[in-house]
Design a protein around this ligand. Structure first.
Ligand code: AMP
Ligand code: ZN
Length: 453
């Protein structure tokens, strides 16, 4: 068995391949003008799950994730404004300062969510030359042209299989359809897009180029960085579903035009995270950050568990209630693993076959819930800890135990006596009182046990 994933282009499950023994993965990274919300993190977690699943079966992975610190135009603030520049003027600071600040927050969040670091995080602003070389090559080979406005455009009609990922064929794309942020009238065809934008009156984040001062388009950044850092072939390309079109469609056209073949084997898209019923986004105003979760007193890995309870391919709705429930589950699992004690390592083929089947994390969680209840198993902690290599929930962590209050100690002692005297209704009443103080009570063959909820 090997990992198979749903490829957006072929609409089929496809085995993940490797090239020269290494699986090369590119995941579209954050636009660093604000903190990543847990929706963005859901997409970044997808790359981590793929990586961990391949690695437990001994595969070697190389993962590149770009940092978009220039060129991503904003749809919600002002169509012609760069997200970085808009935020810099809002925070009254230099755009590069904004970029570095939110880039460091991004790494902190990945860390909090146990997302394994990529092998490299190239920045768009430091890859300008790579992009310019690629643009020059596209002009030379007839895939791009310099417009009257000094910007360089990709000639969509020169690329025959445009639309293969999203199904949006050129003849069906109507002028005026809002499939690309606005560009001036210098394009020859409405579906063409800018590779290099003339600076106009923009003075910040601009670079010299053979076509005059300007800045790169967003799509060319991912073609340039993926082909350069992954040596001209990408086994697996990951991003959120909203990037399928136009971002990935345009990226595919650019990259294939350069390599002369299919540059990406498998296009993997994660579905959106909703919060209380609506897509989580800054413009919808329903953004939840990991730091909000921590401020509410929850373990950020409770969010990771919530995300795992849904398969990456379905939309999911997150609520505070589900985060709270996941937080309790995590605490219970960690406590039980300590109770079950250290056991010999297992390589659990049942777990592997669940996870290798298109990352069926909800089934993996159900499987663990069944293992938890199965008292006939003698290696429950090993099974959990093996699964944790992929799930990344820190299940071997010993929870810091908050000391009991004097009242709780007293109630527990009274309940112990009531149980010894078989006074069951009194013992039940005491349980309710203890639960009201935030404890969970468990009656085991070795007597009553408690845990903070
Ligand atoms: P951005 O920082 O806006 O460039 O987005 C980074 C990644 O997050 C992209 O792959 C987006 O597709 C993804 N994304 C944005 N919103 C959501 C959401 N609500 N749920 C899941 N992924 C999202
Ligand atoms: Zn990208």
């Amino acid at each position: 068995m090997t990992l198979s994933l749903y490829d957006t282009a072929s609409r089929n499950l496809q085995d993940v391949k490797s090239t020269d023994g290494v699986t090369r993965i590119y995941c579209c990274g954050p636009t660093v003008y604000r903190d990543a919300h847990v929706g963005n993190l859901r997409t970044f977690l997808l790359a981590d799950l793929v990586r961990r699943t391949l690695e437990i079966s001994g595969h070697t992975v190389e993962l590149i994730q770009n940092i978009t610190d220039v060129g991503h135009m904003s749809e919600d603030i002002n169509e012609t404004e760069d997200k970085m520049l808009a935020q810099a003027s809002l925070e009254k600071t230099d755009p590069f300062e904004i970029a570095r600040k939110y880039e460091s927050h991004f790494h902190l969040d990945l860390n909090r969510l146990n997302i394994t670091a990529a092998d490299k995080y190239p920045r768009a602003s430091e890859s300008i030359l790579l992009m310019q070389e690629m643009i020059a090559e596209l002009i030379r080979t007839g895939f791009a042209y310099v417009g009257d406005d000094g910007s360089v455009y990709f000639d969509a009609r020169a690329f025959a299989s445009y639309g293969a990922i999203s199904g949006n064929r050129l003849d069906a794309l109507k002028p005026g359809h809002r499939y690309e942020y606005s560009e001036d009238g210098a394009k020859r065809f409405h579906a063409d897009w800018a590779l290099w934008k003339a600076a106009g009156n923009r003075t910040e984040m601009v670079w010299d180029s053979p076509w005059g001062s300007g800045f790169p388009g967003w799509h060319i950044e991912c073609s340039a960085m993926s082909l350069h850092f992954l040596h001209s072939h990408i086994d697996l390309h990951i991003g959120g579903i909203d990037l399928r079109f136009p971002h990935h469609e345009n990226e595919r056209a650019q990259s294939n035009a350069i390599t002369g073949n299919e540059a990406v084997d498998l296009w993997l898209h994660g579905e959106h995270l909703l919060f209380e019923g609506r897509k989580m986004s800054k413009s919808a105003g329903n953004v939840v950050l990991l730091k909000d979760v921590i401020e509410q007193g929850f373990d950020p890995l409770a969010v990771r568990l919530c995300l795992l309870e849904n398969r990456y391919r379905s939309q999911m709705d997150l609520t505070w209630q589900s985060i709270k429930a996941a937080d309790m589950t995590l605490k219970r699992w960690r406590r039980k693993i300590q109770e079950w004690g250290v056991q010999a390592d297992v390589r659990d083929s049942q777990f592997i076959s669940i996870i290798e089947n298109d990352l069926d994390t909800p089934k993996a969680i159900q499987y663990l819930r069944a293992v938890e209840k199965d008292e006939s198993l003698t290696n429950r902690s090993s099974i959990f800890l093996f699964a944790d290599k992929v799930l990344g929930l820190d299940l071997s962590r010993t929870e810091d135990i908050k000391p009991l209050s004097a009242t709780q100690e007293d109630l527990l002692a009274q309940r112990d006596i009531a149980r010894n005297e078989k006074k069951w209704s009194e013992s039940d009443q005491l349980r309710v009182q203890l639960e009201e103080t935030g404890l969970d009570i468990f009656d085991t063959p070795d007597g009553q046990k408690w845990a903070w909820r």
